[in-house]
Design a protein around this ligand. Structure first.
Ligand code: UDX
Length: 476
């Protein structure tokens, strides 16, 4: 291939772990197809990546891949947690947009690599569409949520017009949602994204509505899902976009296509050092006996909520492996003294780590259930491994994901809006034993479909081939 016809894809994630990880995986798959990749990190995330990964060694193995970084407008030493994340959203437009524009211009002028032939930008970084249109570079949008989450977010303004949002009264919470086509019999108000509980006139709502509307200007959509899981909603999305590529679960597709994926850049995608000591502990546990607990990278718990979960887990008498990451408790509050009962129960049944190799854990034969915040990556990883879930969703698309898990795909139970030790104890027992029968068949069946989708000739595998081919055509 001539140098000037090599596709050069610029990849721009929202600078939060749950978005960076799937984008890195896609970047790696495209690099493996022979493309040049420029991956745009925030300075903050790049600093974190450099701490866990030998980037020069990676460049030697993948000479077409380059990282660049731009500011997200927040101080480099400030953890991206809690309300500060909203500031991060707003900064993308004021701080990141001009920096991204400058970057694209310099990439076009560079004599070292051929100019960008396409941009793939996060669905919450729509300023990139303005820049792409101005500079005449084709752009594809990649909202890293699932299709149901995405479709719901795209209907935020309809929900407001129809008076279904906002809602605050507990008595309104179980009313069915009627203004999202294709999801009429699925969602209740409590299943809508967390921001729908806020007043309509607030900057976050404005941001979400305008991003959802701008995204449609990108005519092409990539989704980290598989056709067999979300076909009806994917069909609805296809009426808004000329082309839709469903290529998930991306983490699994990477393993199919790149045989030695242990050295892959996306294995560092969680930007944190993993504590693998728990694998030995897992090895000592019986088949499907352990409940794995993790609330992802941004959800925070109050001290009281943490204590309720802890009691519920200890009282369930099931072995539990729990990720208690720094910053999990709101405001980094000290836990203070814990009861003897908790201490003893944890010694007997529990294992805690500050960050875990989650994909490996979910694939481990001793793991029989996952208590999760229902972030989309965690949901897909659990679905793929056939591990049923207990959902405790908090923000963004998580509420929708939890509802799909429990009432559409029937691969788990949803305990949203509750946090009580007795409920937790019971739901853990239900998942691991008492009501496992109710969900295990569909969990296995959907896992089988997920595996099929990433195999050669599977739907996601073929869609990635199509995407690669179309990106090649763009560079001619
Ligand atoms: C955020 C939002 O919360 C979520 O709603 C949205 O869908 C994506 O962005 P996050 O909290 O990061 O997600 O959760 P999730 O999407 O589940 O991603 C977490 C990732 O971190 C997963 O890929 C998981 O494997 C990884 N992880 C988590 C680890 O590697 N180790 C851990 O200990 C915990």
């Amino acid at each position: 291939m001539e140098r000037d016809t090599v596709p050069h894809v610029v990849i721009l994630p929202l600078p939060l772990l749950g978005h960076v990880k799937p984008m890195l995986t896609l970047a790696e798959l495209l690099c493996d197809a022979g493309f040049l990749i420029t991956f745009v990190n925030s300075d903050y995330n790049h600093d974190r990546l450099e701490r866990v990964m030998d980037i020069p060694a990676f460049y030697n193995r993948s000479p077409g891949f380059r990282f660049v970084s731009i500011s997200d407008g927040l101080p480099i030493d400030q953890p991206r947690l809690g309300p500060i994340i909203f500031q991060l959203f707003f900064n993308t437009r004021t701080v990141s947009k001009p920096l991204f524009r400058e970057l694209l211009i310099s990439l076009r002028q560079s004599t070292e690599r051929s100019p960008p032939t396409c941009i793939i930008a996060d669905g919450l970084m729509c300023f990139a569409i303005d820049v792409a249109e101005e500079l005449g570079v084709p752009i594809i949008t990649f909202p890293t949520h699932g299709s149901h989450g995405m479709w719901t977010i795209m209907h935020t303004s309809n929900l407001i017009e129809e008076g279904e949002v906002p809602f605050q009264e507990e008595s309104d919470m179980d009313k069915p949602i009627t203004s999202i086509p294709g999801m009429e019999s699925l969602l209740r108000r409590r299943d809508l994204p967390g921001n729908c509980r806020l007043e309509v006139e607030n900057p976050l709502m404005e941001f979400i509505i305008s991003e959802a509307s701008a995204m449609k200007r990108a005519s092409t959509l990539i989704l980290n899902t598989f056709e067999e899981l979300e076909a009806p909603i994917i069909a609805h999305l296809s009426s808004f976009f000329d082309k839709v590529y469903t290529i998930g679960p991306l983490h699994a597709l990477l393993k199919t296509r790149i045989k030695d994926s242990s050295q892959s850049v996306s294995s560092y995608g969680s930007l944190k050092k993993e504590d693998s000591s728990c694998m030995e502990w897992l090895n000592s546990k019986p088949l499907k006996s352990v409940i794995y607990v993790s609330f992802g990278s941004v959800v925070e718990l109050s001290r009281d909520q943490l204590i309720e979960f802890w009691h519920g887990l200890v009282n369930s008498r099931k072995p539990f492996l729990w990720v208690v990451r720094p910053g999990l408790v709101e405001g980094n509050e000290e836990l203070g003294q814990i009861s003897e009962e908790l201490e003893q129960g944890t010694k007997e049944k529990g294992y805690m780590v500050s960050w875990a190799p989650q994909e490996e854990i979910l694939a481990h034969p001793s793991v029989g259930g996952f208590l999760t915040h229902s972030g989309w990556n965690s949901t897909l990883e659990s679905i793929f491994e056939g591990v049923p879930m207990i959902c405790w969703p908090q923000v963004a698309d998580q509420q929708v994901n939890g509802r799909c898990v429990s009432n559409l795909w029937r691969v788990g139970f949803d305990m949203k809006d509750t946090c009580d030790r007795f409920i937790i104890e019971k739901i853990v027992r239900d998942l691991m034993e008492d009501k496992r029968e109710e969900i295990i068949r569909s969990t296995n069946e959907i896992a089988r479909m997920a595996r099929g989708s990433v195999k050669e000739n599977g739907s996601s595998y073929c869609n990635l081939e199509r995407l690669i081919e179309d990106l090649r055509l763009m560079s001619l």
